[in-house]
Design a protein. Structure first.
Length: 390
């Protein structure tokens, strides 16, 4: 198990642990193979073979024999061969018109392995037309959803994964510090993206997300960070609400902070932020190994007790793994039997807003579950930042 040493990977022991755990799940379900699919982002494929999917990829993972990775596009293949820890990395193939079409080579590979009948797992968002072609070409195969198994497998982190998450979290913290130093009146929202990314691009980090919104505290127009930044020019008296995740070799930290521009927070924004911090502390105080979702929902209800509500999810697993929780009043559902386990990583992120959604703040960060509580993965000051630059 080796990739080009100029690229990050995990130890042989770590990959052996992962493969043994996935094989055990396959054995329990009676699967002869699993077909993984990903497009642009495929954490399950990265988890098993170290390729950070760029375009489309299929990963054939048999119970017996060596796995095969099919990569699109052809010019991405050399990079995949350098990064992957497996030996069999191939071009996914084209249709007669020259466009992308991986299905024929996937089918050929499955048939070569004698997998024209039996049980085969599917993992990832396989396109519907691809699925129909697989079913039609292999009528003797029983297809079984394996995605939930992989979500469950990846929830509990190893020591090596936690260390990588710490590095990603530190880069995210650096972005918050850079915003506190450089956000000022007169710059457009788009400039904030450069400020966020400049601090980690030279260290090997890339943008996971930098959702942000700026609006006047005195005439607010929104309380939740936006996915696409605008040309709006920052003004004295603005509030800047952020959600920042830096991706470091496939793993992301997440930190959420609020800033005011050139002025102290207004009384209403200070109350919003105090409520967000109170909710954060109450939620963090009830989570430990063995705790369930009801404790979290009850702790988060303090937001409504203080006269506010939430817009975003309040708690979610690292990289949007389960559970995804809000408050009792805004609850959208979660598995009632879910229990937190040691070395799960999660984000607590109360996005406290007024009932009309026009004023809001966000506060939070990633934490690691321990036997007795939570360990912070970040080192960012827990405060509302007042930027007095410019």
């Amino acid at each position: 198990m080796a990739c080009d040493p100029n690229y990050l990977s995990f130890s042989d022991t770590e990959y052996e642990r992962r493969h043994a755990a996935v094989q055990a799940r396959m054995d329990r379900m009676g699967l002869d193979a699993v077909v993984f699919y990903g497009s642009r982002t495929a954490p399950d494929i990265h988890y098993l073979c170290n390729w950070l999917t760029t375009s489309e990829a299929y990963f054939i993972y048999p119970r017996a024999g060596e796995p095969t990775l099919f990569v699109q596009l052809s010019n991405h293949l050399p990079n995949a061969r350098r990064m992957a820890i497996i030996d069999d990395v191939r071009f996914g193939g084209s249709s007669p018109t020259g466009s992308v079409d991986s299905v024929p080579r996937v089918l050929e590979n499955l048939k070569d392995r004698g997998l024209e009948k039996g049980s085969v797992g599917l993992c990832g968002s396989v396109p519907y037309r691809h699925y129909l072609r697989l079913v039609e070409a292999l009528p003797g195969v029983t297809w079984v959803d394996f995605s939930a198994e992989m979500r469950d497998q990846r929830q509990v982190k190893s020591d090596e994964e936690i260390e990588r998450l710490r590095q990603a979290s530190a880069m995210s913290d650096d972005s918050v510090a850079a915003l506190a130093e450089h956000a000022r009146p007169g710059i457009p929202e788009h400039e904030l993206a450069r400020i966020v990314e400049d601090v980690y691009l030279g260290k090997g980090g890339i943008n996971g997300i930098h959702f942000m919104i700026t609006t006047s505290m005195h005439d607010p127009r929104g309380g939740v960070p936006q996915q696409h930044l605008s040309n709006r020019i920052l003004q004295k008296g603005d509030v800047l609400v952020t959600e920042i995740s830096t991706n470091y070799a496939g793993y992301t930290g997440q930190v959420l902070r609020t800033f005011t521009i050139g002025e102290d927070p207004t009384p209403e924004y200070q109350r919003l932020h105090d409520t967000a911090m109170e909710a954060f502390d109450r939620i963090a105080g009830v989570i430990k190994a063995g705790a369930g979702t009801e404790e979290v929902l009850k702790a988060a209800d303090v937001v409504h007790e203080r006269g506010f509500t939430v817009y975003d999810d309040v708690v979610h697993g690292a990289s949007q793994l389960p559970p995804i929780l809000r408050t009792h009043k805004t609850h959208r559902g979660a598995a009632p039997e879910f229990r937190f386990e040691t070395n799960m990583c999660l984000v607590i992120q109360p996005n406290v807003v007024t009932e009309d959604g026009l004023r809001g703040v966000q506060f939070g960060e990633m934490m690691r579950v321990t036997d007795t509580g939570l360990e912070n993965m970040h080192d960012c000051p827990r405060q509302l930042f007042v930027c007095r630059n410019g």
